[in-house]
Structure formats: structure tokens, C-alpha cells
Ligand binder design. Structure first.
Ligand SMILES: C[S@@+](CC[C@H](N)C(=O)[O-])C[C@H]1O[C@@H](n2cnc3c(N)ncnc32)[C@H](O)[C@@H]1O
Length: 595
């Protein structure tokens, strides 16, 4: 019998011995345990308050770890993992970013909001694997518990930790920033943090920060002020950064800060717990300047690590600043946009030239302001103060192309007292609303009187908002609509003509590239996006309205859009229309991601 098995305790190894068998530090073993990496066997027991492993298991896995390439070639190990059907964790992305920064020579790092220290662990591990000395850190974090955990885990030295608000921190020079900053809206933060945010943004860029901005933007800007000349940055940011209005001008500023800017998008979720679409911003050569962003999109994390982009495109920064949805356009494929320019030269117009879209009225309390008929009867609300209204887009489906075809069940009544005196019943209803607390609600309390809903209008068109193929109805019944819908007001031409041009595959492509989506891939049409949807005069016969109405009546919205295909083909040829349809499908593919 082998000597080590004669004494049972000799079969067991503690953290320090396990670390020495793997040839890593004890803190790496602790972080592996936290991350539950596949190559570290599970401890078999707790002895004297610490975990212990079977020596034989540790030795076997450590041999595999070194032999099969986990230790110095992440790509090999990831490829092997994939072959084994394992899935990839966020830490693979963190290691990828760490590897990029370290190989380029970064040795001092800033992590402005380290949280669970995932990025710090990744950099420290990767440095060890590359045979580098431990890098130095400035690690900031607001959450005291997270700071405590970091002190215990010893991923950071006490002198490297900055406990508190990163935005209040004086810049100290570093080679690299690696961060996944908080994404909280400024309006949800305390006054002091808002003030700090405005201050750091103004100091660095000379720009005034919009109140609708989120905290990641001042984090990005303040982090850059820490960088040495030639420094680099790797940050996980919300995809909103590629289009949201308040952030556009900072692309112009970024272009004066770095020699190279890369934006990476991965279709597979990078952070399974995060229901937010993210991009990776990789910037290098601080102190330089560039006119463009290299955009790369990957199907999965392994594709990113193995450098197999599905889409690669150089995007002019001036276009991002001007509000063009350049990243979306790149995902759709550049050829479709050049084709559209050629085939439709000068005839593509934004919808807003013909129809101005605005959000419907804001009642403030949906139930109170849309009383069901029994309640309206009980309070004797006069018919003259009840307006037929649409408050729910889902109820519009399957009834054709015009609001006059809607069944009663799809229409609510908005209580909107006319300018004169309130009836006795209405006065009772007002008191009832006050008892319910409706009068002190956010919207109601800001108007006088609280119960008169402002800007209730009758649009020419009503459009649903949560779809890549929104339903558009001609409002011939002169209904009004709440803020769950978009309302279109005719600027020029006839509403029927607008609808004929709207229901076409060309509009679908434009919607797919102009409209933003929520984390789960659900689109949300907001007025300025609906207004910028591109349309062309397709010269469709009025009789086509019947086929649109027929498709909509049978609940087939897709078919209504496809009804414009023939007219579009007459205009641009079948091949080009096929190209439009495929580009729309590509955008759908990138928007709706696997879990
Ligand atoms: C999205 S988490 C990122 C954590 C870490 N970078 C990671 O990838 O695991 C954001 C972190 O920002 C921290 N945070 C929020 N506001 C902060 C501030 N003003 N200064 C420093 N940290 C802050 C939060 O406590 C949280 O840990």
C-alpha cells in the first residue's frame, strides 16, 4: 500500500497544500471556490474550520489543469469546454478582457466599482497564468459589505481599496481601467451623487450632463481621467450607449481621448442575471484620437475569445453623434443600406414628413379615470364627459384596419369633465378619487384641477408600441388614446395613403433599425423613433387597403406588412426586396438572444 494512504489524514490537503499542488496562490483557490470553477474538485470535508480535499483528486485535476491548457491558454480550455458541452460563465468574458489588457502591458489597474471583485480576480488570475508579477490596483466600491468581503478575500491589498463613492475620488494614474459600472438612472440618486456626476463630466468634457443620464456615463468619463498616456480601458456598458440621445455627444469626446475604440457585442448573454443588453467598450492609446469605432458582433463568448466575428464594421463617430443608428445598421448589413440609397435615391422620407407621432394622454390613474360602466352609472357621470378611448394595444388585434371596427370590449371610456360646472355625481366622484388618494398621485397632484386630464386629442392614426410589426389603425371612429399607444397626426397627404405605404417590408426594416428594445428583445416604439421610420411612396392602389384590412381582421399583422411586397418589388426588384426582408430577419436575430 502506498505510504500516503496508510494515514487517513495524509490523504487530505488543505487550501495551502491545494494551492501548492495547483501552483497558484491560496487566494486563487478561494476565488475558484467562490466561482465554482470546473477544474477544482469539491472539498470532501471541513477540518479545523477550513475546507479539505482528497489529495488524489486534487493531484489528478491539477495535472489536467496544467497539461490540458487551462493554465496558460484560455482559448484551448474554452474550446475544450465547448466540446464538452459546458456553458460559458461571465468570468470567461472577464478573463478575455483581463488578457487583452495584460498582454498589452497594463500593470496598474483601476476598478471603480468592484462589487464581488470578479474583475479583480480575473486580472490577478490571468496575470498569474501569464507568469507576470501581481499587478497593482485602485479598487473603489460604495457598498461596505462588498468592501469587507474584498478585505477578507485578499484579492486586493488594504492600501489598494478605496471605500466610498468613486466619483468623489481624486484621479491617480493607472495603465488600465476594467469595469462593470452601476447602471442606475441619475434621477433615482441622491443630490450629492447627482452633483458629483455633473461635476466630473463637466471637468473632463466641458459638457452639461443631462438629468436623464445614468450613472455609468460619469463612471466612464471619470475613469478615463485616471489613465496614463497610452492607457487602456475595458468596460461593460449598456447597449443604450450606442444610440441614446443624452450620450451621443460623448462619442465625440471619446474620439479625442483614444487612438482606437472598439465596441463588441455578443449575442449570447454575457451576464445571465442581467436583463440588460450590454456592449463591451475596449479603448486603447489614451491621449490619441480617432474618427471611427471598430464594431464587432459575435454569436457567443467562445466566438469572441477565438476571434470569430459575425459582423465587423468601421463606424464613423460623426454618424453616431448625429443620431444615426449606425450599430443597428451594421448588424443589418451595409449592402442593404447602399442598395436603398441607390434604388430609392432621394425618395425615402422619415414618417414625420407625413405624420407626426406623439404619445397619448397621461391619465395618472388608469382605473379611476376609466371607470367601468357600472361605476359611471353609480356616480351618474354625464355621457358628455365620457370619451371613448383606447388604453390597451393588445385589444386592437384581429379587428381590421379602422377603429370603427373595434368591438366595445376594446374601447374604454375616459372621464373628462367638460369645462363647465361638475354635476352632483361628478362632485361625488371627485371626493371618491380624493379618498382613494388619486388626487395626490404623481401626475394628478401636479395639475389643477387634479381630475382634468390634459391634452386629450383625437389622432388620425393609432399605433401600438410593443412590437417590431406594430399595428396601425385609421382612427375613423374618432377615439382618443392613452399613453399606452402612439397617436399619429397627419401633416400632409391622406391617411389612407400613409397606411398603404406604412404596411410594407421596407417599413419593417426601418422599424427594426430605428426602434430600441428592452433587455428581453421586446421593442418599444417611442415617438421620436416612430417619427424617424423611413418610408417611400409605393403608389399602391387603394384596393390594397382591403387586403391589409383582411389580414388584420384575421389577426395576421405580418401578412398585412407583406401585402406591400408586390408594390415594393415593382419599385426595386424582387432581389432587392428579398435583401430587405433578410436584413430585417438579421436584426431580429440579434435582438432576440438565447438565454
Ligand atoms: C454592476 S455592479 C459591478 C460589480 C463588479 N464590477 C462586477 O463586475 O462584478 C456595480 C457596483 O457598483 C457599486 N457602486 C454603485 N455606486 C457606486 C459609487 N458611487 N462608487 C463606487 N461604487 C459604486 C455597487 O455597489 C455595485 O457593487
Amino acid at each position: 500500500m502506498h505510504e500516503s494512504t496508510s494515514n487517513p489524514t495524509e490523504q487530505l490537503v488543505d487550501v495551502a497544500q491545494t494551492a501548492s499542488i495547483f501552483q497558484v496562490s491560496a487566494s486563487t483557490i478561494r476565488s475558484w471556490r467562490r466561482r465554482q470553477v470546473s477544474w477544482l474538485p469539491a472539498p470532501v470535508a471541513q477540518l479545523n474550520g477550513g475546507a479539505v480535499w482528497l489529495r488524489s483528486e486534487v493531484s489528478r485535476e491539477a495535472a489536467r489543469y496544467h497539461h490540458e491548457g487551462y493554465s496558460n491558454n484560455r482559448t484551448v480550455s474554452l474550446a475544450r469546454d465547448r466540446a464538452a458541452g459546458r456553458f460559458y460563465t461571465p468570468s470567461d468574458t472577464a478573463h478575455f478582457l483581463a488578457d487583452w489588457l495584460l498582454r498589452a502591458g497594463a500593470r496598474s489597474f483601476l476598478e471603480p466599482s468592484f462589487g464581488d471583485a470578479a474583475f479583480i480576480v480575473a486580472v490577478n488570475e490571468q496575470a498569474e497564468k501569464l507568469g507576470l508579477e501581481r499587478v497593482t490596483w485602485i479598487g473603489a466600491e460604495l457598498d461596505v459589505q462588498a468592501v469587507k468581503r474584498a478585505r477578507l478575500a485578499s484579492d486586493l491589498l488594504p492600501s489598494e481599496i478605496r471605500s466610498g463613492n468613486f466619483l468623489a475620488l481624486e484621479a491617480e494614474p493607472v495603465d488600465a481601467v476594467m469595469a462593470n459600472p452601476p447602471y442606475v438612472r441619475l434621477r433615482h440618486l441622491d443630490e450629492e451623487t447627482k452633483r458629483q456626476s455633473r461635476k466630473v463630466v463637466f471637468q473632463s468634457t466641458g459638457e452639461l450632463l443631462s438629468p436623464s443620464a445614468s450613472l455609468w456615463l460619469p463612471f466612464l468619463i471619470h475613469s478615463i481621467s485616471f489613465l496614463n498616456r497610452g492607457g487602456m480601458l475595458a468596460m461593460v456598458l449598456p447597449s443604450d450607449f450606442t444610440y441614446v440621445r443624452y450620450a451621443r455627444k460623448y462619442w465625440g469626446w471619446l474620439s479625442t481621448q483614444f487612438e482606437e475604440l472598439r465596441v463588441v457585442r455578443v449575442r449570447q448573454r454575457l451576464f445571465p442575471d442581467l436583463n440588460q443588453d450590454v456592449i463591451l467598450l475596449l479603448a486603447s492609446g489614451h491621449g490619441g484620437a480617432t474618427q471611427s469605432v471598430k464594431f464587432e458582433a459575435y454569436e457567443s463568448v467562445p466566438d469572441l475569445i477565438e476571434s470569430r466575428p459575425n459582423v465587423q464594421s468601421d463606424i464613423q463617430i460623426s454618424k453616431i453623434v448625429s443620431g444615426e443608428r449606425s450599430f443597428q445598421r451594421a448588424l443589418a448589413g451595409s449592402d442593404v443600406w447602399s442598395m436603398l440609397q441607390e434604388e430609392f435615391a432621394g425618395s425615402l422620407t422619415p414618417a414625420s414628413d407625413l405624420m407626426r407621432f406623439r404619445i397619448g394622454y397621461v391619465a395618472g390613474d388608469k382605473d379611476f379615470f376609466h371607470p367601468p360602466s357600472e361605476v359611471a352609472e353609480a356616480y351618474d357621470l354625464p355621457a358628455a364627459s365620457l370619451r371613448k378611448s383606447i388604453t390597451n394595444g393588445r385589444r386592437l388585434k384581429g379587428h381590421g384596419l379602422s377603429t370603427s371596427k373595434l368591438p366595445e370590449s376594446a374601447v374604454d371610456e375616459l372621464w373628462l369633465p367638460t369645462g363647465g360646472e361638475l354635476s352632483d355625481g361628478e362632485l361625488r366622484y371627485v371626493r371618491y378619487g380624493e379618498q382613494l388618494g388619486v388626487s395626490s398621485g404623481y401626475k394628478a397632484s401636479r395639475r389643477d384641477p387634479w381630475f382634468r386630464v390634459p391634452t386629450v386629442e383625437i389622432p388620425d392614426l393609432i399605433m401600438t408600441v410593443f412590437s417590431e410589426s406594430p399595428l396601425v389603425l385609421i382612427n375613423d371612429a374618432e377615439l382618443t388614446a392613452s399613453n399606452s399607444l402612439l397617436c399619429g397626426y397627419l401633416i400632409s397627404g391622406a391617411v389612407e395613403q400613409f397606411v398603404l405605404n406604412w404596411y410594407s417590408p421596407l417599413t419593417q426594416l426601418s422599424i427594426a433599425s430605428e426602434v430600441h428594445s428592452l433587455g428581453g428583445g421586446v421593442m418599444v416604439l417611442v415617438p421620436n423613433e416612430a417619427n424617424s421610420v423611413l418610408m417611400s411612396d409605393l403608389r399602391r392602389p387603394e384596393s390594397d387597403l382591403l387586403s391589409i384590412a383582411g389580414a388584420l381582421a384575421s389577426g395576421n399583422v405580418e401578412e398585412a406588412y407583406l401585402s406591400g411586397r408586390a408594390a415594393l418589388e415593382n419599385r426595386a426588384g424582387a432581389e432587392n426586396v428579398q435583401m430587405i426582408i433578410e436584413a430585417t430577419e438579421r436584426l431580429h436575430h440579434w435582438r432576440v438572444r438565447p438565454n
